[in-house]
Each structure stands twice: as structure tokens, then as C-alpha cells.
Design a protein around this ligand. Structure first.
Ligand code: KG4
Ligand code: ZN
Length: 338
């Protein structure tokens, strides 16, 4: 049973087909995620053509399951929200087409959601209260950024990656060590068993808020090429170096901007090492919030929360909104008071 209003949210920006029913207070009534990991594993990364084909195959059953699990009828929905970018064009198109068709058939408002903003809302799905101003660290397979929000929806991008995202670096290091995609979780686990004995660089650690991970990844490859690398130890050294960079930059951002909350989201926020590193008191007294593990990686519930806020604040989107594979966080667009 749900209280208040509900919407249907759909997410298909990369290799997860997901649908959720979310209440206007961000309570998740149902959340279904169909992962394609097994289909892409042997290829070493997401194959765009395979991803869009699979979204088309499972989209209807995923939506149906979310509706059935929530025990609701289409008439009860206030809107349909969907990720319109960033992401893979064919993958995005599958979710957007489904959402637009449902809005037309059910005569419901259409809400176009930014995937990155969805991640920023993911930590609030379990009732956690974000106090603004807030500092977000988004660490995923596609992105690595520090975002300051003076209030909800008012974002200032402090820094982003100049090359690889952190998740991508984890996955590439895993591939060099012979593990299947996505190797991030494997590297993370392995790193708990090794020793930090390889000298690896901390790129751009003392410079501004931007990140760079390709040099770190290449340094790992050079160690592997020398032969006889101890997998656990190189994983530990890589994770320690990455965490060093992330926590140093976040600490600097916290001491400069004095937020009331720090929110760490995206697939890499699943990492127990990252979680313990950022909650050991080194960020000071600020409240540090993580999403529950099931909402760290891509899901539709986070799109529902971002969709609700957007729908209540700005109303429905135009139904001719296109797919935007390179969409960035809405920065200038939301500078509505100047
Ligand atoms: O947020 P997400 O599902 O997708 C994007 O929006 O990009 O993040 C996926 C990324 C992958 O690179 C994966 O290897 C990484 O998150 N990941 C992890 C862990 N679990 C997933 N990285 C480190 N430690 C983990 N436990
Ligand atoms: Zn994502």
C-alpha cells in the first residue's frame, strides 16, 4: 500500500533496464532492475547494440513487474518519469519510447529526468535527510564529479574527470588482471586481501577539484607488464591511490564550502573501503550519507525521486523532449533567480 501520490519511473541509460513506483515523499513502493551484466561480461564492457536490443526485449515485463509488485493501476499514477540522458543513444531511446507511449495511452504527464541528477537523489530513497548546502561526490562507471548544491537543484560543478571515470578505471584495471566486466567489485574485494606495496601516482591530487585517472591506470598496466605482479597487492595499491585522491579532494571541498551534508553516490559508492574512508571522521563533523547498496548502481527508484522533485518544482516536460546522450548536470538552466 502507498500513501500520497505515486509515479512510474523508467531507467535504461546503459546496461540496466529498470522500473519503479515511487511516492512523492521518495518512498519506494516497488523497484525492479534487470541487469545485462551476463550478456556483456565476455566482451570486456557494454556493447551498445546488445544493450539496446536487450532493453527492447525486457522493457515491458520490467514495467509490468514494477506495477504488479506495487499493486497499483495505471489510473493511480500521477506521471511517468524517464531518463533522457546522459547515456547510450539506443539504450536511452528504448526507455524514452516506452515512457512516451505510456503517457499517450494513459494520458499522463511526461517527466524527462537527467540520469546524473537521479544519482544525486539516490541517497534520499531510504528516508535520509539531506541538509543543504550539500556536497555531492558522484563516482560511477560514467562519471566522477564533485558538485556543490547551495540548495536543492541549484548545482555548481566543482570538478569532474578529464579522462576516465573512477568506475571505468576500476573496470580497466580489472580487465588488465584478466577479470570479466564489470571488474570494479572484484578489484574492491581483492584489495582487502593485499598489501599496498606498489608505488602508484595520485594524479592531480593537489590541483583543484578536477580528476584524472588514466595515468594511474597506465601505471598499473606498467607494473603488470613487468610480470610477476601480485594481483591482490596491485589491487590494494590501486584502491589506496584512488581513495587517496577522492578523499583528499572531498576534504578540500568540505573545508572550503562548509556543507551541512556530504552525499556519496554512484556504483563505486558501493565500495566498503570508500565508505569507511569517508566516515572515519577525516571530513570533520559533517553528516556523510550513502545510498543503500541497491540504489548505488543504476536503478529507476532514483529517477522517480528526481522526477518527483522536478515535476513538483517545474511541472511536466514537453513530450517532444529528445534523447540527449551527452546531457550534463543542469547548471546554468536552473540559475532561476539571477
Ligand atoms: O552507477 P553505475 O551503476 O553506472 C553508471 O551510471 O555509470 O556504476 C557502475 C560502476 C562500474 O564501473 C562498476 O565497476 C562500479 O560501478 N562498481 C564498483 C563496485 N560496485 C560497482 N566499484 C568499486 N567497488 C564496488 N564495490
Ligand atoms: Zn548511473
Amino acid at each position: 500500500m502507498y500513501k500520497g501520490q505515486i509515479l512510474l519511473a523508467i531507467e535504461s541509460s546503459c546496461d540496466e533496464t529498470a522500473a519503479a513506483i515511487v511516492q512523492d515523499d521518495f518512498t519506494v513502493v516497488s523497484s525492479v532492475v534487470s541487469s545485462q551484466i551476463a550478456l556483456h561480461a565476455k566482451w570486456g564492457g557494454v556493447v551498445p547494440g546488445i544493450a539496446s536490443r536487450q532493453h527492447v526485449i525486457v522493457m515491458n515485463s520490467v514495467i509490468k513487474e514494477a506495477i504488479e509488485k506495487a499493486d497499483v493501476t495505471p489510473e493511480e499514477l500521477s506521471a511517468v518519469a524517464v531518463t533522457v540522458g546522459p547515456g547510450l543513444p539506443g539504450s536511452l531511446a528504448a526507455g524514452i519510447s516506452a515512457a512516451k507511449a505510456l503517457c499517450l495511452a494513459w494520458e499522463k504527464p511526461f517527466v524527462a529526468v537527467n540520469h546524473l541528477e537521479g544519482h544525486l537523489f539516490s541517497a534520499e530513497l531510504d528516508g535520509a535527510q539531506v541538509e543543504f548546502p550539500a556536497m555531492y561526490l558522484l563516482v560511477s562507471g560514467g562519471h566522477c564529479m564533485i558538485v556543490y548544491a547551495s540548495e536543492r537543484g541549484r548545482y555548481t560543478l566543482l570538478g569532474t574527470t578529464r579522462d576516465d571515470s573512477i568506475g571505468e578505471a576500476y573496470d580497466k584495471v580489472a580487465r588488465e588482471l584478466g577479470f570479466e566486466y564489470p571488474g570494479g567489485p572484484i578489484i574492491d574485494k581483492l584489495s582487502l586481501q593485499g598489501k599496498d606495496r606498489y608505488q602508484l601516482p595520485r594524479p592531480m591530487m593537489e590541483r583543484g577539484y578536477d580528476f584524472s585517472f588514466s595515468g594511474l591506470k597506465s601505471a598499473v598496466r606498467r607494473e603488470i607488464d613487468k610480470g610477476n605482479v601480485v594481483k591482490e597487492d596491485i589491487a590494494t595499491s590501486f584502491v589506496v591511490a584512488s581513495m587517496d585522491v577522492l578523499s583528499t579532494k572531498l576534504r578540500k571541498a568540505v573545508s572550503e564550502y562548509h556543507p551541512n551534508s556530504v552525499i556519496v553516490v554512484g556504483g563505486v559508492s558501493k565500495s566498503p573501503i570508500l565508505r569507511s574512508n569517508l566516515t572515519d571522521g577525516s571530513l570533520g563533523k559533517v553528516k556523510v550519507i550513502f545510498p543503500s547498496l541497491k540504489y548505488s548502481t543504476d536503478n529507476a527508484a532514483m529517477i522517480g525521486a528526481a522526477g518527483w522533485w522536478q515535476f513538483k518544482t517545474y511541472g511536466a516536460s514537453e513530450d517532444n523532449v529528445p534523447m540527449m546522450s551527452n546531457l550534463s548536470l543542469p547548471l546554468a538552466e536552473r540559475k532561476d533567480d539571477d
